[in-house]
Write a protein that binds this ligand. Structure first.
Ligand code: IPE
Ligand code: IPE
Ligand code: MG
Length: 246
């Protein structure tokens, strides 16, 4: 039976899209073919998430640590990324989706940055879903950069060390302005966070599936969202308190 569309959806959905390489290797194909097939899954998930009314979708597309992969794979991923953004911007306009990027953009090749700038600028006025791509992103790197910026502001006298609160610190992160993710999906059976959104995932519901990203279908997506619907998010409170609404 096909899963039904859940009525309680995450406001912010984050996804660690993993397993492209293994998907390809299991089929005696080159890893890049797995990435190409993975890009098709991205299109499906972006389209479905926006249709369902999810407000924020954040995709882990390339980590700070992924720079250590063989140069040929890194180059192929950058080319694929550029192609994807160029091809998809028209669709983002039709679907009223706004692009956003987190991560260390200074490490990305110039042509990739130019393509991203165009896409961000063109979609800046869109008021529907915010699609955040995590590129050259690492949670620890983001946190240490935030600490640097915060320290600079303290030294410049813009604020005092005693003004630093959880909320203020959050505004110094790349994700400042985005709510924390309610739900995280990771495909491919790995049960780890791999340096993704370390601060922001503090109370996120986690979902792991063995399916590799290129095989992640609409049904698998709805299955995951249905699982989210069944979670009781207590944020430290007791179940009784939540049921009594206090
Ligand atoms: C995820 O798939 C895509 C990126 C990390 C860029 P992988 O390339 O990590 O696939 P596996 O984990 O090797 O199967
Ligand atoms: C995490 O996947 C990064 C992305 C999905 C972009 P990896 O495949 O790089 O993670 P590890 O190294 O296996 O933890
Ligand atoms: Mg992987």
């Amino acid at each position: 039976m096909d899963p039904t569309v859940p009525d309680k959806l995450p406001t912010h959905l984050a996804i660690i899209m993993d397993g492209n390489g293994r998907w390809a290797q299991q089929r005696m194909l080159k890893r890049i073919v797995g990435h190409q097939r993975g890009a098709e899954t991205v299109k499906m998930v972006v389209e479905q998430a926006s249709l369902l009314g999810i407000k924020y979708l954040t995709l882990f597309a390339f980590s700070s640590e992924n720079w250590s992969r063989p140069a040929i794979e890194v180059r192929a991923l950058m080319t694929l990324l550029k192609k994807y953004i160029r091809q998809e911007t028209a669709r983002m306009m039709r679907k009223n989706i706004r692009y956003n990027v987190i991560g260390n953009r200074g490490e990305l090749p110039d042509d990739v940055n130019q393509t991203l700038d165009v896409a961000i600028r063109e979609t800046a006025g869109n008021t529907g879903m915010v699609l955040t791509l995590a590129l050259s992103y690492g949670g620890r790197q983001e946190l240490s950069m935030a600490a640097t910026r915060l320290t600079r502001d303290v030294l410049a006298g813009k604020l005092s060390a005693d003004d630093i609160t959880v909320d203020l610190f959050g505004t110094y992160l790349d994700t400042g302005g985005l709510p924390d993710p309610d739900f995280l999906i990771r495909t491919s059976g790995e049960m780890r966070i791999s340096n993704f959104l370390l601060w922001q995932l503090a109370y996120t519901e986690l979902y792991f599936t063995d399916i590799n990203w290129p095989d992640f279908t609409i049904n698998e997506f709805l299955k995951a969202l249905n699982d989210f619907q069944s979670r009781e998010r207590r944020f430290g409170k007791t179940s009784d308190q939540l049921n009594k609404g206090n």
